[in-house]
Design a protein around this ligand. Structure first.
Ligand code: UDP
Ligand code: MG
Length: 153
């Protein structure tokens, strides 16, 4: 069977870092079987943040969103796996925190949509754009884990 291996861009937002949730979030990614191929902590540059959220530039929440996302360190990851984009959106939960199901990151740790702890790319196009925006090629690793047959048939 042909399986589509995808890469997606994930961010533990500044609220997730301040609340001590980096490990919790990375644990959920790893225990699902997804593979982390890039990882970095930094304060997102304002210009990078504006490109990252360019689709929302006309929205009323845009300037608060840019201030928040650049307000302190965040953790950026590239996560790889079969259907990784959809799986990570499901792990994160609904954008509106009050709709986020228990068992999702947002459903377990967020109340306010403006403090919803995590980001995940929403499509193949956004994933490619966001990975290229946040990482240089040399930061992306290419390695095999011990035995992927315990994750994929
Ligand atoms: N956001 C917000 N208020 C809103 C909608 C969105 O503060 O009414 C923020 C929130 O942090 C969200 C981000 O803007 O995660 C991007 O919104 P999007 O609709 O792309 O949601 P996501 O892809 O993060 O689920
Ligand atoms: Mg989005």
């Amino acid at each position: 069977m042909i399986k589509a291996v995808e890469q997606t861009y994930i961010m533990v937002k500044p609220d997730g870092v301040q609340r001590g949730l980096i490990g919790e979030i990375i644990n959920r990614i790893e225990q699902r079987g997804l593979k982390i191929v890039a990882l970095r902590m930094n304060v997102i540059d304002r210009g990078v943040a504006m490109k990252h959220y360019a689709e929302h530039r006309e929205k009323p929440f845009f300037s608060d969103l840019i201030s928040f996302i650049t307000s302190g360190p965040s953790v950026s990851l590239v996560v790889e796996g079969v259907n990784a984009i959809k799986i990570m959106r499901t792990i994160n939960g609904a954008t509106n925190s009050s709709d986020a199901a228990p068992g999702t990151i947002r459903g377990d740790f967020a109340i306010d949509t403006g403090r919803n702890v995590v980001h995940a790319s929403d499509s193949i196009e956004s994933a490619q754009k966001e990975i290229a925006l946040h990482f240089s090629d040399h930061e992306l690793t290419d390695y095999a884990r011990i035995d992927e047959t315990w994750v994929y048939e």
